[in-house]
Design a protein around this ligand. Structure first.
Ligand SMILES: Nc1ccn([C@H]2C[C@H](O)[C@@H](COP(=O)(O)O)O2)c(=O)n1
Length: 180
């Protein structure tokens, strides 16, 4: 299965003390697939208790809102939040729930590559999802109120939360013609 290297609590000597440098060092200590998730690519899949896929989603701008017109930046040089992606992006979990081909998400399981934020937790709860299985938790310590609130809400609402341990390190896709 996929083994996630534990992030040591301190960077090695000489790796910089600024927040940014420490954060990049922390990122580099994860394996590449985990680094990609931590740098903004998130996917979610709503699955029935029997394991049937009911809906999938990834983080992106709402329908009709063009990638060419909206920013995909994490930071704005001018400090303007409207020049970043954050106020515009629909999170992967919300897209998976809204994209479901089933009458309701109630009682279903939601797999997500990154632990849900508090806003997604509210939607997960209100839609009746009964279990969240996440791959990576971005929260590095307890100081990020968004993820602490999310944990609190999901726990209060009785939504089961579990870290997913994939049984395979990768799923190769073969585009060769099977008849060849
Ligand atoms: N559970 C989550 C967490 C985050 N997202 C989205 C929101 C952003 O588009 C991106 C994370 O960006 P970063 O904080 O790395 O700059 O992922 C999500 O869809 N679901």
């Amino acid at each position: 299965g996929i083994r996630q290297r534990r992030t040591p609590s301190k960077p090695p000597r000489g790796k910089g003390s600024s927040h940014g440098t420490t954060t990049s060092w922390r990122l580099r200590s994860f394996q590449p697939s985990v680094q990609r998730i931590l740098t903004g690519r998130v996917g979610a899949c709503l699955v029935s208790q029997e394991g049937i896929i009911l809906g999938i989603g990834y983080n992106g701008f709402p329908r009709g809102c063009s990638d060419d017109k909206l920013p995909w930046a994490k930071k704005s040089a001018r400090g303007d939040p409207l020049e970043t992606k954050y106020p515009y992006v629909v999170h992967a979990e919300v897209n998976a729930i809204l994209n479901t081909n089933h009458a309701s998400a109630a009682g279903q399981k939601l797999y997500v590559t990154m632990f849900p934020c508090n806003e997604c937790a509210k939607i997960i709860i209100q839609s009746g999802v009964s279990e969240v299985l996440y791959f990576v938790e971005k929260r590095i310590d307890n100081s990020d109120h968004v993820y602490v609130a999310s944990h609190n809400l999901l726990s209060m609402a009785g939504v089961k939360v579990r870290k997913h341990q994939p049984q395979m390190a990768q799923i190769p896709i073969n585009f060769q013609d099977p008849r060849v």
